[in-house]
Each structure stands twice: as C-alpha cells, then as structure tokens.
Design a protein around this ligand. Sequence first.
Ligand SMILES: [Zn+2]
Length: 678
Amino acid sequence: MNGPGRDALLGGVALGLALLALDRVGVALAAPEAANPAGALAPPAPPPLEPTATAAPMAGLTGTQPPRVASYLMHARLDAPAHRVDATETLRFVNRSARPLSELYFHLYLNAFKNDSSVFLRSPFGEARGNLRAEDWGYIDVKRCTAPSFGAVDLWPSHAPGSPDEPDDETDVRLPLPAPLAPGATLELELEFSAKLPSIVLRTGYARDFAFVAQWFPKLARLEDDGTFAHFPFHAQAEFYADYGDYDVTLDVPAQSVVGAVGRRVESSARGDRRVERYRAEGVHDFAWAAWPEFHEVDRRIAGVDVRVLFPAGHENDVSHTLDALGFALPRSSALYGAYPYSTLTVVHPPEDAAEAGGMEYPTLIATGGPWYSGLFGDRGIESVTVHELLHQWFYGLVASNEARSPFLDEGLTSYAELRTLDARFGAGSAFDGFGLTLSVASLERAFAAARAEDMPVSSAAAAFPSFRTLGALVYSRTATVLETLARVYGRERFEAALGGYARRFRFAHPTPGDFFDDLGKSLGPDARRVLVQALDARGHVDFLVRDLQNAPERPPAGVFDRPGGRETVPLASPTGLHFRARAVVLRHGDLELPVDIDLVDGAGNTRREHWDGHGALHVIDYRGDAPLEHVVLDPEHKLLLDDDLLDNAAAARANPCRRTLERATYFAELALGLALP
Ligand SMILES: [Zn+2]
C-alpha cells in the first residue's frame, strides 16, 4: 500500500505553486505423492486445478518455483447492479507442517465492512487515506463448504470465531475438521459463497459501475512451519499474509466490462450479454480483479513482461508517466532484487471517484492513481505510487513476510527501494522538481520520520500503532531512512547487494524480522546488524554533536631541561602565531553506533577529514596545524539521515561563520517541512 500523506503533500505543493504561478465436495485426503484413483472423485464442475494437456496455457512463471500450499480454482459471476459476486471455490491445501491439523482458519476479509462491530470499523480512523468508511455495507456469506474426503456433509455450520477475544468480528474464522489432516496430506474443499461489495473503501468495493474486487473470497490463513495458522482479525492498518499456490479464476461479467486481474488472461468469450474471462496465475498468494465498462487500455511489452494499463478517459498524461516509471523501474528492480518471474503485469488506474482503490499491490497487479494533471507542475506523485506498488512485487509478492505482524518488512523495504529508484531516475528532484525548486524523496522520508517519531519500535505489528500516520512515519519513512543511512555509510553497492541477496534467498519464502536482520548482518557485518536491530526493533536513535571547539597558539617549549651540555631554563615565550592546537569533543547521543566522518576546516580554508567509528561515548579531536581550526563539521556528506538533530553538527571557533548559518537554515527547513505535513 502506498504511504500516507506524502502524495497529498506533493499534490498540495504542486497545486500551491501552480496557483501562485497544485458444488460440491471433492475429497482428497492423501499423501501428496499418492495418486488418487481417478474415479474416486466425482468430477467437479470447474476444470481441474492441476494443469493438464488440455488446460489453458501456463501463466508463465519462470525460475525458482514456490511450494504450492493453497491453490484456488474459482468461478465468479459479477452481478453488477447488485454489486455482488457469486462464486464457487475449490481449494486444494497441503499440510506442509509436521503436525496433524484438526482445524483450518479462514479469512473472510469482506466482513470487515459488514457492521460497526468489526475490528476494522473499530480501528483508528480518519487519518489515513480517504474516509475509509463505506456508505454501503460489504460482507461475504459462505453458503456451503464440503470436502469429498469427508462425504457430503456441510462443514461450514461448525465454524466459530477465529479470534475468541473478538467474538463479534467475522473476518477470522476457525473451521474444525471432522478428522485430522496428516502431515503431507492434501485436502480439497469446495465452497460456495456470495460476496457483497461495499461502496469503495480502502482498496475494495464499487463506485457506480466500477468494481475493485479484492479480499473477496474465503481465503485460508497461512500455515506456519510449526503447524499453527497465522490468523488475525482484519485491522484497518494491517494487510495480509498467505501461502503460495496457483490460481485459476473464471470471471463472468457484463459484456461491456473491461477486466483487469491477477495473472494472465487465457480465455475470453462473449456469451450473450455476458463475457467470460479466465485468468491463471501460478505461484502467487492472492487474487484480485477490477471491472469497469469505461476502462481504456494501453498494452506494452517492458523487459519481457506483457504490461496492461487500464485507465479512465482523460488520464493519458498519467499513463505516459506510469509507463515511463515502469520502463525504468521494472528492469532495474529485476536486476537488483531478482528477475520478475511472471509474464504479465496489470496496472489499474481507478476512476477518480474510486481513488481509494489506488495505491495498492497484488501479485502481478498493481493499482496506481493520481489526478489527470499528475506531474504537470513538477510533482512525482504518480511515479512514486507506481514505483512503490511495483516494488511490492518483490517485497510482498515474492518475499511474502507477514504484513500484519511485521509491516516494516514489506512497506519499509519497499519505501527504501522506491526512494532509491526515484533517486536513480530523477536525482535531486526525485520528489518534486518545478519552479526552480527540487525536493528529494530522502529528505521527505527523513522529515516524515522525524515529524511523527513516536517512541515505539518500528517493527511493531500493524495494529499496535496508535494511528496510520504513526505507522506511516515509522514503518514506511523511518525504515527507509534507516536503510538509506546504512547504504550511505556502508556503501551503496554493498548495501544493494545485501538487500538483493536477501530478496533472492527468501524468494517464495516467508521471512521474519530475525531472518532479515541475520541475512543483512551476514552481508554487512555485526556492526550493521546491531544498528538494524536497535533502530528497527528497539527504538534506537542517534544524534551526533560537536562542542567545545577551542584554539590555542602553540608556543615553543619552555621550562627546565637537562641537556647533555647541562641544565637549561627556557623562559615562556610569546606565541609564534605560526602553529596552533585545538580541541573539540564529538558526542554521540543515542545507542546507534554508526561511524561518522568529521571535517576539520582551518582558517586558511584547508579541510582535513577524520573518521570516528562511533564506538564509545565520545571522540576527542586533537588538532595541530599551521592555521587555527575554524570549523568542525560532522557528517559533511550527509550520510547519517538518521541523525536526529542537524543543528548541533557543526562547531565554529568564532561566532557567525556562514556554515553555522547554513546548518541552522537546513535545520529550520526540515522543521518547517515537518510542520507542513498534513
Ligand atoms: Zn506499500
């Protein structure tokens, strides 16, 4: 999901400047390698899950293959006037844990919009994107759930709340099994459900005849290796977590609908006043789709990927910005974080009255967004959201950490990668470039992180943050600031190689924060690991400061000296004025032991650089030179984006050096930026 506020800010900057001048049950309970007798199952109405010789072409997943733990075969019919999707779902699930399972957990995310008792509607509101609250309720009714291996009995009536602490919430459901599912065994379930879409609310729902159908089907919670399900009520600040599988979804929509969906379209045929489209996606962990009669479409092939862009009339300018961003970011991201393995990427630009559906990621499908005048006044809003959602293909799609438990692993890493991509593409004006002004994403992220730096761990669970703004400041912006600081300190190439290594090693896996810290620590060393853990997991911070700069002219040696020729007493002489000695103290407040560069500038304008590894409480500068030491400047190349206070990063021997003024100006600019945030 896109971060809070920044796009609004950029839009405001741009606009402001512009104004001045912005059916049944098939049961298969068997060891995975044991073939079921072909005749054991009555053939279900839908096509088989496994591709066969007659099945549609593969969606084109190349390279490493993920385990297929939960695969879905669905037939869905959109009743457009009723804003309802009626569907059947065949779910094939493999118990990959070492424990027999006596129950399953399902997420029924649409029930978040069913009534005011849901955890979602009781979550912090009003500060995030849009108004969040639907004007028309949304919900999902599971009408039947059978498993051929358990006979014809409907299992669904025995379901219970999945989170007993939240008995009124219907988004997390526990389904007891009539008999345990052995380790390694496969269970096939058949469900029938009806999904009533809410009016558009935070990424899903309808607006007039536009529908974004996300989080819409009974979805199995992820089974962790220890045999427990990672299940949770749907919280407004949290996202998702699921196992990989193959999706084969047939969509039956009004004939005039233009559909964008996860995966590759393998069939499309007209049937009277309806059209049926079938999509296949291999090795993904979610499926979403959008349908709208008024979509325009532009197709491009970018870096070997078939890209479809669906957009409203009048947004051609946005499409050119979107394609430019993808043309740059797709090959770059593949090179850095491992090749994009799917053959398609669909980009949905929702209509303006459904803008809340924008800025969201699904496997092989991203929702961008922005006004028709995006970029015309120098803002990078649409590039930012497009690049952000694209990068989620890696940090979410391909590296599938638990977004509810550890949102920094997807949103934070994505925000860092977005920062880098926009910087590589646009340089100093990566966030804004117009009217003679430039603004970088790095400075924005630093300001956002500083503006709302509530003192809680960045690695907290999504629901633990007191507001989405706090989550945004810490999970998105502070993570990006931490990682950008490490990249500047340890070297850009080395850091990108470390992050790319993590993305490759954990492709199609579900890493935890510990995995992330350990993996980057192996690449960057124990000091960097310690900084990562303290900054992200333990509220660590840092502020370097320098004080007590004092010069003294060096005098010739004086005193009583025993020489070979006898004792000599040398009187105190006047200073020669030719040699100077100076002292200053560099302090590190906070517990992030980052190394820092120190520039010593003398009165003749010469600069000498020292380096402190950041260990210990302080570092004493002992200067000797032919000119007095005029200035001490910490972190002259601004590597330490994490430094809390820039005002104290310089000391001068005399009052009123222009450098001091410059530092103050920088500081107040940062401060003003913080106050300007909505
Ligand atoms: Zn995001």
